[in-house]
Design a protein around this ligand. Structure first.
Ligand code: NAI
Length: 704
């Protein structure tokens, strides 16, 4: 194995190069290598300054995440201790210049801040994204950052986790020069300029601001933390550590930081967020699909239907530089679809997300049309017409005649049987479900619905397409509602039972958002449309068992034309904005309906709301797992955290079940079963794991 750190010298400047692909993480061997190289360079009398630079596509992008995972398992360790290395760098008698390209994030930024100077290319990013993993900068970052950029900027970076670009970092004092052209020669030039100057130690700098100024900044930081990271403890912990930098000498501040690190590592949130981080990376490993499975190159995509989903998928493709043929049946529908795309892009330009030139490029990649012209050149065709089996079959029959033999044929169906759709073609092995979520150009999740037929290459290509579009593709089985919507249905049903029993939509939604859900379930229902929920309910009616309890209020809302947000009235009322307003008319309707049905009204606690809504999902998730429609419990977690607004800091429903303990979850499910009947029948896998004292994570691990 090649050394991850090497040392070379040129005209009095030592160059330490870190080369630890793919992202130059601080894996074991790297800190030791840097230390050895630094000490060698320091001893060498011919050396006047030292540059630390990285090979490959980035500067040190962060700590070794595997080490962090271990640290979460053993919080007392506090994770890898970089303190001796950072002190050694800072104490070096010769100026150490950190030369940054790509990303200097987390541990990478912390290491860079221990250098005496930092230079970076203009498109380099620097940041402290630890809060996204439920932790805080733990290698003295909370102590050095405010000394370099001031308290307010440090608070913003650590609480939001958002990286900044080099020019902004220069303005803030985080770096000393933006290098045009070759980074190494620029860094060497800089090194020669500062060689011989007394070294500047970051830790010896004062933190700016008076006590009262800083108190105001921290108070504002707490408000910011509450807004962007509801319920999360890491941003508050980061603030606490930053506050220590303003009140304690450096060494004591570092000690405090380490104490806080141990505390957050010991908490459930860091474990959950680290779980999701790994789970998102593991979804691409699909049993039975070897890593080296060939994929079809995707440069041209054909999309059928320019409605909500077709338009969004077209934008997702254009955003990734893929050319799109977008087909509709009528000019008016095509015009509507294109207008929606344009409006969306214009709003992004207005908000400064990208320039007009970028918008023009993207629009030019989308070719609206009323025929299948050019679809014979498409590498992938995605059907996004109305949700109707006869129509989908007709469309697949048509494209089967036109598409080239190696074109992947995908349906965006959210409920229909993909095998039945595939049977309408002469090549079921090329057919797959690509279930995007709305808005498709924003939402990261794609359920890749694998029926009986698709070839390994088609599955692998689908995963590659999701990645190319910047999304997370999760392979799921071909069952009713696939994974996400299948679990959503009992969740929605249970929420409706809760209001019949005495809660209000607002109380249910508040309990859910307090728990951390991005939106309450009734607000979601209003957004999706009461007509859609009504239709799904009708479609599922034949699956009901005799005497099964059925929610009663939804049909009435539908009959009253309260179709949700689009009509300004559903479970809630809506004014100009999209914020739901509780409606006494709905509360009265619920009460009347419940009374007529003889349902006793009582006080429902937030805890019961959470247990009934979340445990019913978990129970269904356990069934899905056992049937093999999801490969891993962790895949279900990814689906829920990326597509359904489940809080990442709870790690997804299955991880949450493990956190509560399957024994307790199972016990409650049994109680609900006794009370509410067969809809709560415990999933055999939940029962089995609970009785064996195992977890869903154990199940995943045993499956490998
Ligand atoms: P939509 O009603 O907004 O758009 C469907 C479009 O397809 C219409 O513009 C219609 O003119 C067009 N169309 C119908 N037949 C066509 C044909 N033969 N050739 C070309 N265009 C044709 O529907 P939406 O919401 O975009 O849904 C499309 C599909 O995506 C459905 O299968 C739906 O279940 C699924 N889906 C919808 C989601 C949503 O949130 N709306 C989420 C995920 C999947």
């Amino acid at each position: 194995m090649t050394q991850p750190v090497t040392l070379s010298t040129r005209d009095g400047v030592a160059i330490i190069t870190v080369d630890n692909p793919p992202v130059n993480a601080l894996s074991p061997g790297v800190p030791e290598g840097i230390l050895t190289a630094l000490e060698t360079a320091e001893r060498d009398a011919s050396i006047r300054a030292i540059v630390l630079i990285c090979a490959g596509r980035t500067f040190i992008s962060g700590a070794d995440i595997k080490e962090l995972e271990q640290a979460a398992r053993n919080p007392a360790s506090g994770g890898p201790d970089l303190h001796p290395l950072l002190t050694r760098i800072e104490d070096c008698a010769k100026p150490v210049i950190m030369a940054i390209h790509g990303m200097a994030l987390g541990g990478g930024l912390e290491l860079a801040m221990a250098g005496h100077y930092r230079v970076a290319v203009a498109d380099a990013s620097l940041g402290a994204p630890e809060v996204n993993l439920g932790i805080i900068p733990g290698a003295e970052g909370t102590q050095r950052l405010p000394r370099l950029v001031g308290v307010a900027a440090a608070v913003d970076m650590c609480v939001s986790g958002r990286p900044i670009k080099a020019p902004q970092a220069l303005q803030m004092g985080l770096i000393d020069r933006v290098i045009d052209g070759d980074l190494l020669s620029g860094a060497e030039t800089f090194a020669r300029e500062v060689a011989g100057l007394p070294v500047r130690k970051t830790r010896e700098r004062n933190v700016s601001g008076s006590a009262s100024e800083n108190a105001a900044i921290f108070a504002a930081g707490r408000v910011q933390a509450g807004k962007i990271c509801r319920n999360q403890t890491a941003p508050l912990a980061a603030l606490e550590a930053l506050e220590a930098a303003t009140t304690l000498p450096f060494e004591q501040g570092c000690k405090k930081e380490r104490e806080i690190v141990r505390r957050v590592l010991a908490g459930d949130q860091a474990k959950a967020m680290i779980h999701i981080f790994f789970a998102e990376r593991a979804v691409a490993r699909v049993p039975g699909i070897p890593k080296d499975t060939a994929t079809y190159p995707i440069a041209n995509v054909g999309i059928i239907g320019a409605g909500t989903m077709g338009g969004g998928i077209a934008m997702a493709c254009a955003n990734a530089g893929i050319s799109v043929s977008l087909k509709e049946t009528e000019q008016a529908a095509l015009d509507r679809g294109l207008a929606a795309i344009r409006k969306n892009y214009e709003s992004s330009v207005k908000k400064g997300r990208f320039s007009q030139a970028v918008m023009d490029q993207r629009m030019a990649l989308i070719h609206p049309q009323l025929t299948y012209d050019g679809f014979n050149r498409a590498d992938l065709i995605i059907e996004a017409v109305f949700e109707s089996m006869p129509l989908k079959k007709q469309v697949f029959g048509e494209i089967d005649k036109i598409a080239k033999p190696d074109c992947v044929l995908a349906s965006n169906t959210s409920t229909l049987d993909i095998d039945e759709i595939a049977a309408a073609t002469s090549r079921p092995h090329m057919v797959i479900g690509l279930h995007f979520f709305s808005p498709a150009h924003v939402m990261r999740l794609v359920e890749i619905v694998r029926g009986k037929h698709p070839s390994n290459e088609v599955v692998a290509t689908s995963l590659a397409v999701a990645k190319k579009l910047g999304k997370i593709g999760v392979v799921v089985g071909n069952c009713r509602g696939f994974v996400g919507n299948r679990m959503m249905l009992p969740y929605m049903r249970e929420a409706q039972f809760l209001v019949e029993e005495g809660s209000t939509p607002e109380q249910v939604d508040k309990a859910l958002t307090d728990f951390g859900m991005a939106m309450g379930i009734f607000a979601v229902d209003d957004m999706g449309g009461i007509d859609l929920a009504y239709r799904v309910k009708q479609e599922y009616a034949h699956l009901r068992k005799p005497g099964e309890r059925v929610p009663l209020v939804l049909d009435k809302l539908y009959e009253m034309g309260r179709l949700g947000q689009k009509r300004g009235r559903g479970w809630y009322r809506y004014d100009e904005g999209r914020a739901p307003i509780p409606d006494p008319e709905v509360d009265a309707l619920i009460e009347k309906t419940a009374n007529e049905a003889g349902i006793a009204r009582r006080t429902v606690t937030p805890q019961e709301i959470i247990e009934r809504c979340v445990y019913i999902m978990i129970n269904e998730g356990a069934r899905i797992l056992e049937e093999g429609h999801a490969q891993r419990a962790a895949d279900i977690d990814v689906i829920y955290c990326t597509g359904y607004g489940f809080p990442g800091y709870r790690g997804g429903p299955m991880w949450y079940a493990d956190t509560v303990g399957l024994k307790s979850v199972y016990a409650r499910v049994q109680e609900f079963h006794k009370q509410y009947g067969h809809l709560w029948e415990p999933a055999p896998l939940l029962k089995k794991l609970a009785e064996e004292g195992r977890s869903f994570a154990d199940w995943d691990q045993a499956k490998g």
